[in-house]
Design a protein around this ligand. Structure first.
Ligand SMILES: [Zn+2]
Length: 306
């Protein structure tokens, strides 16, 4: 006769099968941490089921000031590789986390540290290093992912970085990269058509982060609310900016994670259209992939100026 303990053993075995089996599969996937959702999405496109990817930021934060959560440290500790935007985009918050994560292989310059900015033609390159004055773009403008042609470079860097760490999967990474680059190419052709009404549009930005997008799609920058990247404006600067907006007939003021108070004031004074656009994927449910995010961004701007 079967005893209660016999049934209990069977029950536990079933539980172990249900709960442990998927975890075993999961544990075999390469653990990747990306700083931002767009990079996490690209890594999923290239790694497919070989990778398990988490993003630290969610997409609504100021990219230079992502609030550190205690959960970031164990995630970094367990990561096989770390994917970053680079160009010091994350310098205000990531190095401190890496210092306590006890994971030497993902420290800057190590094999597991994948810098997506390698080979990106950098805009707003500084003539001198003035981070001492609080400039958040000491190595030039790090918001290069807003140009989808640079998205292709980032994807290539991710594939190369994954291959460097896991050469046994090189073929899969290369095949997936080729498919993703082809998808990006056809998307870029579509966006260039969609963005035709943006040619010559004059814009104002809160933080200087739209230069790559503007160059790709033909917009002209009138000015920014910030005095310099990361430096809040003086009253004088705002008076000048309002005059400039009126003189040059700027059409749209783009802000992201920042407080809408100053954009609202400027809009009240000048009538300029306000548009909140996050400079990473993931900030809205409809922008949860890199391609969907660029798509949303182009569409929203075209709508704002038409
Ligand atoms: Zn910035």
């Amino acid at each position: 006769m079967k005893t209660f303990s016999h049934y209990l053993k069977g029950f536990c075995a079933a539980l172990a099968f249900v709960f442990l089996a998927p975890q075993t599969t999961h544990a075999q996937a390469i653990r990747v941490v990306a700083t931002f959702p767009d990079l996490a999405d690209m890594t999923r496109q290239i790694g497919k089921d070989l990778v398990s990817v988490e993003s630290l930021a969610t997409g609504v934060e100021d990219p230079h000031g992502v609030p550190m959560k205690p959960s970031f440290v164990p995630r970094l500790n367990r990561a096989a590789v770390l994917i970053v935007t680079g160009l010091d985009d994350e310098h205000a918050w990531l190095p401190a986390l890496l210092d306590v994560a006890s994971n030497p292989k993902i420290m800057a310059g190590q094999r597991g540290y994948i810098d997506c900015s390698t080979g990106v033609p950098v805009l707003d390159a500084p003539t001198r290093l003035d981070r001492a004055e609080g400039d958040l773009h000491p190595k030039g403008n790090p918001h290069y992912l807003l140009d989808p042609a640079n998205g292709k470079i980032a994807a290539q860097n991710i594939a190369a970085g994954l291959t460097r760490n896991f050469p046994q999967h090189q073929q899969a990474f290369e095949k997936n990269l080729a498919a993703y680059l082809a998808e990006l190419d056809s998307s870029i052709a579509r966006w260039e058509k969609m963005a035709a009404p943006l040619h010559g549009v004059k814009y104002v930005e809160y933080h200087p982060e739209w230069v790559y997008f503007a160059r790709r799609f033909g917009l002209t920058r009138v000015g920014s609310i910030e005095l310099k990247p990361g430096i809040e404006p003086t009253p004088n600067h705002l008076v000048q900016l309002v005059q400039q907006i009126k003189q040059e007939k700027a059409q749209v003021l783009i802000y992201g994670a920042q407080n809408p108070r100053i954009p609202q004031q400027i809009s009240n004074e000048t009538g300029i259209k306000l548009l909140r656009l996050y400079t990473s994927a993931g900030g809205r449910s409809e922008t949860n992939t890199y391609i969907k995010w660029i798509d949303y961004t182009v569409r929203a701007l075209v709508q704002a100026v038409s």
